[in-house]
Design a protein around this ligand. Structure first.
Ligand code: ZN
Length: 196
């Protein structure tokens, strides 16, 4: 049985469902047409819909440990099917790869995890992102490298390369202490805070 908090939470949701019934019924009757595929970490503190204030129907979401996208030749059926459906069927216009400060997956990658664990198997797709340094900044550096590397993995899929003029790829970093999002600015080759 779920916790009290979950059950009460569902009751609150039901109240807001009734208040937003028009949107929910439109989505139920007409299907989903999200413009954004969000690739994020499974971390419970980094909730995509919260940090971009999204409504139901706005984001098609894939979350896993350390926001990893195994490259095409890894033949990971879970992630590749999400990408394929998002790009070819839903025709999303944006793919956001969003990592976050304090990522436990990346911290494990930097500090080491037992070799025989599933997490270790999964983190092999992020190995090349490991920072060259071994000081206090190495975890954040690896988190940033990993976002760039996973975004690069997107281009290993034929259907994404074939649609690269229709799909814009974004590399984002969420800061858990400030709530800010930074994006990787390709022209300046640096991370810049999103500032509207
Ligand atoms: Zn994480």
């Amino acid at each position: 049985m779920p916790t009290e908090k979950v059950l009460h939470g569902h009751q609150k949701f039901k109240n807001s469902f009734d208040e937003n019934k028009k949107l929910y019924l439109q989505l139920a009757n007409q299907g989903q047409h999200p413009k954004v595929l969000w690739v994020g970490c499974s971390d419970s503190r980094v909730v995509p819909e919260f940090i971009v204030n999204a409504d139901a129907g706005d984001l098609f979401v894939m979350r896993n440990i350390a926001n990893i996208i195994p490259p095409s030749d890894a033949q990971d059926i879970c992630t590749s099917s999400v990408l394929e459906y998002a790009v070819l069927e839903l025709k999303v216009e944006h793919i956001v790869v969003c990592g976050h400060t304090g990522c436990g997956g990346i911290t494990a990658l930097v500090k080491g995890v037992p070799n025989d664990s599933k997490v270790s198997d999964w983190l092999k797709y992020a190995h090349k992102a490991r920072a060259s340094t071994n000081d206090n900044s190495s975890i954040l550096e690896t988190i940033k490298n990993n976002i760039l590397m996973q975004a690069e993995h997107l281009l290993s899929f034929d259907f994404i390369r074939a649609n690269k003029n229709n799909v814009k790829i974004h590399k984002w970093l969420y800061d858990m202490h400030s709530g800010n999002i930074s994006f990787f600015d390709e022209k300046e080759n640096c991370w810049t805070k999103i500032n509207l």
